[in-house]
Design a protein around this ligand. Structure first.
Ligand code: NAD
Length: 368
């Protein structure tokens, strides 16, 4: 197995957490005898400082030639005065568009060890394990016409989808559900919007090719409530761009910390992997950032770009075990709750050590 990974650590805590994710991937490669090649390139504020642009051509070319892109985060207060198209975040948006991924995957998982971190009661969140499949290249964020006509005092955006755009993202959701609990909840607003009626009719059509998967539909407003009341009832949630943006952030409270959340964007030429959090300038350079979102993002890379499901699960199990042993970065500590405070690097080292023990045990079992 050979895999070329472009690493864009970016700004703020990006380099700190990405270092730990790369360490995990390197370890998996060493144990498995895989050939993972990492190339690091500048993106975001880091790139503006070096080249004057947030997405240098060399970074974009290297991304397009790689098998996967692993990002840290971009964004720096230093560039806040620049117009939006020249700021660090513009580099990430350009990269996402160039790679063409249309399905954004965001898991929301309730770790038993972190149940006190969620504002929801443990009896509500225990066992919740949701995967959002959010359409990323269509809908209200891209639809034309769009404008703010200051003279008339009106502004408008267009929510637009084609049948083909819905088919391709629905297939991703059904395929993934086949490896999980075999349920897809499609979220729309078909009681009001024609675009949602197209969405629903198309998802029903795609579902006919997946007889083993249960499909249900929810209106987005009802879904927002059910996610908080009965998160355990969801498996894969399939939805359009804007609804997915909002609902996946809402469901993040199930996990309890932004620093824990991974994401993957698949379906384009090259898959893009990034933790959900930003560059967190308030804690950058202090060695206290939570690297688990980045490490879980590396697990998604193993699953979706390398086809190494067992290794991806081993990384996820290692994270769970370290949390069960009580280790916590600062964002995970809660007053009155037990937990041993560790740094970014120490948390990375603990996951690394636990992963190595798991893989050792697995190899010993295979050798018997
Ligand atoms: P943020 O995610 O960077 O931080 C929000 C809060 O969560 C902060 O208090 C931060 O300290 C905390 N936090 C975030 N990640 C953490 C981690 N791994 N461990 C511990 N605590 C963590 O969001 P923000 O403050 O709104 O944005 C900061 C910068 O990041 C801005 O420039 C923004 O544009 C950018 N941003 C980038 C991305 C990305 O690169 N994908 C995403 C969101 C925001």
């Amino acid at each position: 197995m050979k895999l070329k990974v472009l690493v864009g650590a970016g700004d703020g805590i990006g380099p700190e957490v990405t270092r730990e994710a790369v360490r995990i991937l390197t370890s998996v490669a060493e144990f498995g005898g895989y050939d993972f090649q990492f190339t690091e390139m500048p993106i975001g504020g880091q790139a503006i400082r070096q080249t004057g642009t947030p997405l240098p051509t060399a970074t974009l070319d290297a991304a397009l030639e790689s098998d996967a892109v692993l990002l840290g985060a971009v964004g720096s207060n230093e560039f806040n005065a620049l117009p939006p198209n020249r700021r660090p975040e513009a580099g990430l948006l350009q990269l996402r568009q160039a790679l063409g991924g249309f399905a954004n995957l965001r898991p929301s998982f309730a770790y038993k060890a972190l149940s006190a971190n969620s504002p929801l009661r443990p009896e509500v969140t225990d066992g919740a394990d949701i995967l959002f499949v959010r359409e990323l290249l269509g809908g209200l964020y891209f639809g034309e016409p769009r404008a703010w006509d200051r003279e008339s005092g009106a502004a408008w955006n267009t929510m637009r989808y084609t049948r083909d755009e819905v088919v391709r993202v629905a297939r991703v959701a059904f395929d993934l559900a086949g490896h999980r609990r075999k349920k897809v909840t499609s979220v729309d607003k078909a009681n009001v919007l024609e675009v949602s009626q197209l969405w629903r009719a198309t998802v029903i059509e795609v579902a006919q090719q997946y007889p083993g998967i249960t499909l249900d539909h929810q209106y987005v407003d009802a879904c927002a409530m059910h996610l908080m009341n009965t998160p355990r009832n969801f498996d894969v949630v399939l939805t359009e761009n804007l609804f997915g943006d909002i609902l996946s952030d809402e469901a993040a409270v199930i996990t309890g910390s932004l620093g824990m959340l991974p994401s993957a964007t698949i379906g384009g030429g090259v898959n893009l992997y990034e933790p959900v959090h930003g560059s967190a300038p308030d804690i950058a350079g202090k060695g206290i950032a939570n690297p688990l979102g980045a490490i879980l993002t590396a697990a998604m890379l193993l699953r979706h770009s390398a086809g190494l499901e067992n290794d991806a699960q081993a990384v996820e199990l290692a994270v769970r075990k370290v949390l069960e042993q009580g280790y916590r970065t600062a964002d995970l500590l809660r007053e009155g709750q037990p937990g041993q405070h560790v740094s970014t690097q120490e948390m990375g080292r603990l996951v690394h050590q636990t992963l190595n023990e798991l893989i050792d045990r697995r190899q010993a079992l295979h050798a018997v």
